[in-house]
Design a protein around this ligand. Structure first.
Ligand SMILES: [Zn+2]
Length: 55
């Protein structure tokens, strides 16, 4: 077990807490978008991008 969940390469980090990426928004990011390179963006229903492929 490692205590540093933010370490690069940890795919489990997305399962911890993911809030909306929009500045000032404190809503829960229930919509996740894979940016590649093992990173994901999370958005609430109001801020989620609508031009992402596959959605
Ligand atoms: Zn938001």
């Amino acid at each position: 077990m490692t205590e540093d969940k933010r370490a690069a390469g940890s795919t489990d980090a997305v399962h911890v807490e993911h809030w909306c990426q929009a500045p000032g928004c404190k809503r829960w990011g229930c919509f996740g978008y894979d940016k590649g390179k093992g990173q994901s963006d999370w958005w609430c229903g109001d801020h989620r991008p609508d031009r992402m492929p596959g959605y």
